[in-house]
Design a protein around this ligand. Structure first.
Ligand code: SF4
Length: 400
């Protein structure tokens, strides 16, 4: 059944709550929902209802396409001057023995390891330390672009930029322009956590606040560049904090149009200072993807990190608003596994990713960082002999 027909069935359900019916009608007519309606969706919207609305928007914006890219990560250090309570990754400077601090040469050696690989992006993000200053990162970006001009440099978040610009005594506009000149091409979405100060101060005190995070993205967008945005959910925040977070992003996107994708990040409670806080259920994760898709009407893409939520949930998420499941990763990030993600060794080949997408009836597209099509895999048949054994179950095809 077509997504629009499913939406019509929901709207015509005589038992549907009138407020939810009104939201469904807005979705059908392409109208924006309000803050209160966003909260209402969290409070009252059951999974099936939310999935129908989100899938309608997803297919209207992105058809049946599901995007992924071929990337690898460089994490310069897991030492950090900050002490975010949810962070399972960082080791404070006093715990240096448990950390790593990669040198410029080591990072360039990692880049060179991929010389003969068809990767399109390097994703650089890690902890914040004084020696990784503005000059260091400008030198690093220049060296990467000199060695491999076609490799897209997606690097650092406003958490790092706020810190290094302050140390270098440059304003955000100047700093971002200098980063662009050095070779930075886009910004990942991290460090956003939850914007509302009453939550942010409890879980991520001291690092850049909401206004600073948004201001740095705004300066970047003003240069004609793109970035992503995240939201860390499922810990001590209330539903209205999530909607407030998305509202601030929606407003900035109205102004600049520079965001490409929104990535909800599930709070994980392993080995951090919030281990007593239970994690959200898979149902709540799917509801959250769907509400993000409905609320953020001006964001082109909703992304799920398969390495964070598991391959099965990533497959499910494709029916709840998600149209991008990130990259092949090649086991180069520790951020997810150290936080308790299901994937301890997050590597997936292109073939595995393509099959994962096809098995739920979606159309796999390898993209570059800016969502240009690199390869359309719909009709690509992999050699059976080299096909990896499936370790997941096919879901019913939803796009008949
Ligand atoms: S979340 Fe980022 S800024 Fe916070 S402690 Fe961890 S590495 Fe540092």
């Amino acid at each position: 059944m077509e997504a629009v027909n499913r939406l019509a069935l929901v709207i015509n359900d005589p038992h549907l709550d009138p407020d939810l019916k009104s939201i469904a009608l807005k979705v059908l007519h392409g109208e924006r929902i309000t803050f209160d309606e966003g909260v209402l969706l969290y409070e009252k919207g059951e999974l099936g209802y939310l999935g129908v609305l989100a899938n309608y928007i997803r297919e209207k914006k992105n058809g049946n396409y599901t995007y992924f890219n071929r990337n690898f990560h460089i994490e310069p250090t897991n030492l950090c001057v900050y002490d975010c309570k949810f962070c399972s990754y960082s080791r404070l400077i006093k715990e240096r023995s448990e950390g790593w601090e990669a040198t410029m040469d080591e990072m360039l050696a990692t880049i060179k390891k991929y010389d003969n690989e068809p990767v399109t992006e390097v994703h650089i993000v890690g902890g914040v330390l004084p020696q990784y200053n503005m000059q260091f990162y400008m030198d690093l970006f220049r060296a990467i672009k000199k060695h491999r001009p076609d490799l897209h440099v997606k690097a650092l978040t406003p958490v790092e930029y706020h810190y290094i610009f302050k140390k270098a005594k440059v304003d955000y506009a100047t700093g971002m322009r200098m980063m662009k000149e050095a070779g930075l091409e886009s910004m990942p979405g991290g460090g956003a956590e939850i914007f509302a100060p009453e939550v942010r101060d409890k879980i991520a005190k001291d690092k850049c606040n909401a206004e600073q995070w948004l201001a740095i993205h705004e300066e970047w967008h003003k240069l004609g560049m793109h970035s992503n945005a995240t939201m860390l959910y499922g810990h001590i925040e209330a539903f209205h904090h999530r909607v407030d977070h998305m509202e601030r992003l929606r407003q900035l996107q109205d102004k600049t149009g520079g965001f490409q994708s929104f990535i909800p990040l599930k709070f994980r409670n392993k080995d951090n200072q919030m281990s007593d806080v239970p994690e959200s259920s898979v149902i709540e994760d799917l509801r959250n993807y769907a509400i993000a898709r409905i609320y953020l009407d001006n964001f082109p893409h909703i992304k799920a990190y398969w390495a964070m939520i598991s391959r099965d949930t990533a497959q499910l998420s494709l029916s709840f608003g998600v149209d991008d499941i990130d990259g092949t990763l090649d086991d180069t990030t520790k951020i997810y596994s150290m936080a308790g993600a299901e994937e301890k060794n997050p590597a997936m080949s292109t073939q595995q990713l393509v099959e994962l997408i096809k098995n739920v009836g979606r159309h796999p597209i390898e993209r570059d960082t800016l969502y240009h099509v690199v390869t359309d895999y719909q009709d690509v048949v992999f050699d059976e002999a080299t096909s990896p054994k499936k370790n997941y179950y096919s879901l019913p095809v939803l796009n008949d």
